[in-house]
Design a protein around this ligand. Structure first.
Ligand SMILES: *Cc1c(COP(=O)(O)O)cnc(C)c1O
Length: 225
């Protein structure tokens, strides 16, 4: 793991010095997370609220600099739990969900960090806001949500396509971000894009957070879950 992390950090340094590495630890045991933490990683991504709850120590018992983000689709009935378990919800894909997070964060007396997920590939099976109008509406309403802080956007690149299509998808997210900042005045500093298979392209497209799982932790075995 040490070698891979070094390689990743070198590539980040070379291609986009401001970008950060998120270690996507879903399906991997907590000891793997501790190993990565011991090697200097601080930002972790998980897909499921349930898994964060069963795997990680409670928020107050974690190292204070461990930064755990939810990157998988969040169901309404898990919002209340999610706000107590993660430092950011990076997969907010509807205005309805944003309102629910605000409400639950208010009850928990915290301000929740979020990213808005945009579907840049047009793939109907992917979640995310699917029009500029809908994401802009959510961002404008978020300005009046006292318990929400929108830090940026996230997307999943299209899978198994040419480099150009991946690039188009990442460039679209960047363009949307620029336009949203311009038209709403909200500061969007994060562009979370790029995974094990396409993070280099994402770094070239000015990603600020690459989300890397397989390359760091190895293949995922879903049969055990
Ligand atoms: C699993 C996952 C990743 C990491 O994917 P790898 O191909 O294993 O690097 C990144 N982002 C999201 C949203 C994921 O669900």
């Amino acid at each position: 793991m040490k070698k891979v992390l070094e390689e990743l950090h070198n590539q980040i340094k070379e291609l986009s010095p401001v970008a950060r590495l998120m270690a996507v630890s879903k399906t991997h045991p907590y000891c793997a997370i501790e190993e990565a933490y011991g090697l200097g990683e601080r930002l972790f991504g998980e897909n499921k609220v349930q898994e964060v709850e069963s795997k990680f120590p409670k928020m107050e018992d974690r190292a204070s600099d461990m930064d755990v983000h939810l990157i998988g689709h969040l169901q309404s009935n898990k919002v209340k739990k999610a706000v107590t378990l993660v430092n950011s919800i990076d997969s907010v894909d509807s205005l309805k969900l944003l309102r629910q997070i605000n409400k639950r964060a208010q009850e928990a007396n915290i301000v929740m960090n979020v990213l808005l997920e945009y579907n840049t590939s047009g793939d109907e099976n992917k979640s995310g806001f699917d029009s500029y109008t809908s994401i802009k509406e959510a961002l404008i309403e978020s300005k009046n949500m006292e318990n929400i802080c929108v830090n940026g956007l996230m997307t999943l690149g299209p899978l198994a396509v040419s480099e150009n299509e991946t690039k188009a998808s990442f460039n679209l997210l960047k363009d949307i971000s620029i336009r949203l900042v311009d038209e709403t005045g909200v500061k969007l500093k994060e562009l979370s894009m790029g995974m094990s298979g396409d993070y280099k392209i994402a770094l070239e497209c000015e990603s600020t957070i690459i989300r890397v799982g397989t390359k760091i932790f190895g293949h995922r075995d879903y049969s055990k879950k």
